[in-house]
Design a protein. Structure first.
Length: 408
């Protein structure tokens, strides 16, 4: 019934090999995408768990305690930047904390990608071994039309039509047999539409992986079982190409294991942890000291003002001078009284009036608790480190006479 030479030519043709390669690459791609989805979910869950455990690293009080130590630092460049551009210092410090956090936990967070990579490599290795087993068999004899179906074909078609019909169904039965084996079946007969194929006992004796050992294997099996009964010319050629494609997919998982930045949730969650660590970055309109209020306590309420509970710094850090002089002013916000005279744009006004104007009306300038007064001492020390550079930048006359600016 079957034109053996015709069929042998078909399964050995370059067209058949290309078809096997195409099907293998498509399935490998689906396996990769499916496992990547699982890995991403596992990695994201681990990331959130670790972040929740280590939230103390993203604490604004802790960060501000650390950065306020800069005021006493001998590194004058750091002192200058912290007192004049504090928002940049906070940004850089958070990036440093975040980078160290990610570097420390990348391996644990991205472990699912490593596991998936190993499973893919193991599967590729198993398929390669299976290919070698198939190469010992003469593939044209692996499946044969059951006797009754052979008679039916012979009664209804000429030999050329029988060969074409058999060829089309025979291309399907190989992949169907693979799916049967993955489902734990080792049937003697496999049906393709209205034709039954007998499975060669030698083929049934070939061991086949069950893919039930762990969730990765189960997912791979589900991907393959969801495939339609597609056509492959040779089982051995298809499995060999699938092995090659999986090896390439494993390389993509390897790249993921050391690249935490590509994990979607990292970019999504980073702003939240940055806000928690850095806090408010608004600067006092007068002295340029950064706000240290936790605005989450009463967001949007009239009492939700900016403030420097850790102490305002001296006006000199913001380049403020006495009216119609080039003498730098070393007083500070918390020392001002509403009746104190100020000049704005050459116009005489009072501190109380200034506080009503935007953006100054968004700030609380009240005095600091006595226990935090030491901060002003640190600002005095910082001024001695960087005051000259600030005065040169603003073309002001430098001095260190803090008592001169102390109001009675």
């Amino acid at each position: 019934v079957i034109n053996r030479e015709y069929f042998l030519d078909q399964i050995c043709s370059s067209r058949g090999q290309k078809q096997d390669k195409s099907v293998a690459e498509k399935i490998a791609s689906k396996i990769e995408q499916s496992l990547m989805t699982i890995c991403s979910k596992k990695a994201e869950d681990t990331f959130i768990t670790i972040c929740n455990v280590e939230t103390k690293k993203f604490n604004t009080t802790r960060l501000r305690d650390t950065l306020d130590d800069i005021l006493s630092s001998q590194n004058h460049a750091n002192v200058l930047e912290f007192t004049t551009q504090p928002e940049k210092v906070f940004e850089k410090e958070f990036e440093d904390i975040w980078t160290k956090f990610c570097d420390k936990n990348t391996r644990e967070i991205m472990e699912p990608y490593s596991q998936a990579k190993l499973e893919i490599l193991e599967l590729a290795k198993g398929l390669k071994k299976l290919t070698e087993d198939f190469n010992r068999l003469f593939e044209v004899d692996l499946f044969s039309v059951a006797e009754k179906d052979g008679r039916m074909l012979a009664n209804n078609m000429n030999e050329s039509a029988i060969s074409r019909t058999y060829q089309q169904k025979r291309l399907v039965v190989g992949f169907k047999w693979i799916k049967h084996r993955l489902e734990g079946e080792n049937a003697e007969v496999i049906q393709v539409e209205n034709v039954c194929f007998s499975v060669n006992p030698r083929l049934r004796a070939v061991p086949f992986p069950s893919l039930d050992k762990n969730e990765w294997q189960i997912q791979v099996k589900e991907v393959i079982l969801k495939e339609d009964d597609t056509k492959i010319s040779r089982i051995s050629n298809f499995l060999d190409r699938l092995s090659e494609s999986l090896n390439r997919a494993a390389e993509n998982f390897e790249k993921k294991t050391s690249d935490l930045s590509k994990l979607h949730i990292v970019g999504k969650e980073k702003p939240k942890y940055k806000k928690s660590a850095v806090g408010c970055l608004e600067k006092c309109p007068m002295c340029h000291r950064i706000c240290d209020v936790d605005h989450n306590d009463k967001p949007g309420s009239p009492e939700d003002l900016h403030a420097c509970h850790r102490g305002h710094q001296h006006f000199g850090f913001a380049g403020i001078e006495y009216y119609q002089t080039t003498t730098v002013c070393l007083d500070h916000c918390s020392n001002q009284k509403d009746e104190d005279v100020w000049y704005k744009g050459g116009e005489k006004t009072t501190w109380g009036q200034l506080k009503k104007e935007y953006p100054m009306n968004k700030w609380d300038y009240s005095g600091i608790p006595a226990e935090l007064a030491i901060k002003l001492g640190r600002f005095k020390l910082a001024w001695k480190f960087v005051g000259r550079a600030i005065c040169e930048n603003h073309k002001l006359d430098y001095h260190e006479d803090f008592e001169k600016d102390k109001r009675s």
